[in-house]
Ligand binder design. Sequence first.
Ligand code: SPD
Length: 285
Amino acid sequence: MELWFTEDLEIAGGLRHQVRVKRILHQERTDFQELALVETTDLGRMMVLDSVIMLTDLDECSYHEMITHVPLVAHGGAERVLVIGAGDGGAVREIVKHSAVKEIHLVELDRRVVETSLEFLPDISSGYKDPRVQIHYQDGAAWVNDREGWYDLIIVDSTDPIGPGKVLFENPFYTACRKALRQGGILITQAENFFLHRSIIKELLSFTRSLFPIASYYYTAVPTYPGGMIGFTFSSLGRGPLDCLENPGVQDTLASLEHSCRYYNREMHMAAFSLPAFVRKDLGL
Ligand code: SPD
């Protein structure tokens, strides 16, 4: 008999998304959510939180490389980086590729996400070995409130705006992130799918436009998320997302990332900000 995982939450906009499962490796109710790690038949391992797919081996590279390298290359000199959520470690694994980064704070509410990733996803969690990484098991929204003017880059790798992640899609959190950034700082937040969730994206852009001189949106392909793609808000106190690409200094960074990444390169960085006509019109971009 075949076993299928189904993601059919309200937020998926009437879509039902299914993945064939070989076996369940781990399942538990943590203090915060339902956590599952499964072996799929065709897509490698998969992490699920509260019935929402967080990652699969197949396509986690496109999500983690684009949520990290786009802002790190755009900034050009980030030293202090904060990652909120993302206890699986995929974002951290990418950030440690940047030698200019001196401190990486990962703030994750749920310790069991980190522990489960270390046990079942050794490649994805491999960045945790880097001495620049500090893990804090706390509420990310509370953490940024106490860190005024501290970070060059804040990456919010949240789940969907349901359950414990809802607060990360609200204006007070964006305001606190803005205050926690240093001059020239950049904020990136997970911002859903432009076919399915435009009202959510519009609201997030309305927050960032009132707080940042530069507010934009970009996206990447993730076939195992409903709709097959997911986007991010890009908000900056300094450089725009593409300003950096002509700088001679960035060529070495791009060459080295091209060597170590499966998805990210200069062309994907540029293409990610090219949006369809209806999206540009609707989001006012
Ligand atoms: N619809 C699911 C969005 C999940 C985004 N975050 C995934 C975490 C991977 N590090």
